[in-house]
Design a protein around this ligand. Structure first.
Ligand code: NAD
Length: 356
């Protein structure tokens, strides 16, 4: 296959971890006979320095015409004092809305070798943690009307949480299709005992489920789900939920795996073109020191192979290479423990390439 990938190298550790993800993609291309054409799309602080804006028009165009987009991370103290619409993060928000990315997928997966890093009890971790949170990204309370008025002589603020059938249906499809590529279980999370938007959510998700008879659907209230994620995360395969609940639950889900440098994410719109990025930031404190963990970035590239390019075998190869490197005792500084071998970012990238 021939695929074009827009590359956002970003700021801080961004270019270092991106180099390793690109080396891994080159190894995949080599092994499976694909051609990946990578086109740079400057965004973030470096784009502000060069072009005076966080997301130059040409960069957005590059992302909109590529088959998919890989992003490391943007931002840093150098640009903290910029006006709001000129900050690096603005580039990211504009990119997400410009690409119409309504779904965010974040896996929560514990690597057996790193299980001590989880804040959960070993007896819980041993049952396994391997699920994904599919979060609706451009609806709900964050995008509803926000007003602050006076009521009874005091300030009164409200944020409207609204969903249309169409908005619920399209994210539900993403969840069911994600589950079809996994263990075929979807847990839809809402607050249907209280909220009308959740009642509609539950009804529409249940209707969409009829198109996926191979996937088992269950429903759970959000407060119970928050509890179940720490009590027995092994029960989950795919969790689908609205924007605000998903924001909170996906952070909780990341935290129980224990390691910020390891976690990838993807954001998708209507088509197969997505935005893939690790969940961490640009880590300015370790930038340029060859100390960053490139695994979250590399696993983001694996997600791109799986979800945007339909290359499951290739994605498995990358994920297995990461697992093998960890099993061989290789670690970057952030996850170093006794008896293991500490590597720099470049050396970890090379070790993963060698295992593909
Ligand atoms: P951060 O995630 O960059 O760093 C938090 C801590 O985790 C630091 O100690 C850092 O060294 C460590 N860390 C993060 N990623 C690591 C990796 N791959 N390997 C090893 N250690 C790693 O969060 P922060 O310090 O709050 O933010 C730094 C900058 O990143 C800020 O400008 C922030 O706005 C930006 N940011 C960008 C994104 C994004 O681009 N999506 C997300 C979050 C933060």
């Amino acid at each position: 296959m021939n695929k074009t990938i827009a590359i956002i190298r970003g700021d801080g550790i961004g270019p270092e971890i991106m180099d390793e993800a690109l080396n891994v993609l080159a190894a995949v291309a080599d092994k499976y006979g694909h051609v990946f054409t990578c086109v740079d799309a400057p965004m973030g602080g470096n784009a502000i320095d060069k072009f005076g804006e966080p997301l130059p028009k040409d960069s957005l165009e590059t992302c909109l015409t590529a088959d998919s987009v890989l992003l490391s991370a943007v931002g840093g103290p150098k640009w903290d004092g910029m006006p709001k619409d000129k900050r690096p993060e603005r580039g990211l928000l504009n990119l997400r809305s410009g690409m119409g990315l309504f779904s965010n997928i974040r896996p929560a997966r514990i690597f057996p070798e790193l299980k001590d890093a989880s804040p959960l009890k070993p007896s819980i971790v041993e049952r396994g943690i391997d699920f994904v949170v599919v979060r609706e990204l451009i609806g709900g309370a964050y995008f509803g009307e926000h007003t602050t008025t006076k009521r009874g002589g005091e300030d009164y603020a409200q944020d409207i949480m609204g969903y249309s059938e169409h908005e619920i249906s399209r994210i539900a499809h993403v969840a069911f299709q994600t589950a079809q590529k996994r263990r075929k279980k979807v847990c839809s999370v809402d607050k249907a005992n209280v909220l009308d938007s959740s009642k509609l959510w539950r009804r529409v998700v249940t209707e969409v489920a009829k198109q996926y008879p191979d996937v088992e659907l269950s429903h759970m209230y959000v407060d119970n789900c928050a509890m179940q994620i720490v009590k027995d995360p092994s029960q989950f395969d795919v969790i689908v939920t609205e924007n605000l609940f998903g924001d909170i639950l996906s952070d909780e889900a990341s935290e129980i795996t224990g390691s910020i440098g390891m976690i990838p994410s993807s954001s998708l719109g209507e088509g197969t073109r997505g935005l893939y990025e690790p969940i961490h930031g640009s880590a300015p404190d370790i930038a340029g020191k060859n100390a960053a963990n490139p695994i979250g970035m590399i696993l983001s590239a694996a997600m791109m192979l799986r979800f945007s390019f339909g290359m499951s075998e290739e994605a498995d190869a990358v994920e297995n290479a990461v697992n093998t490197a960890l099993r061989d005792g290789l670690r970057t500084g952030d996850m170093m423990s006794d008896g293991c071998t500490q590597l720099g970012c470049r050396e970890m990238g090379r070790a993963i390439c060698e295992r593909i």
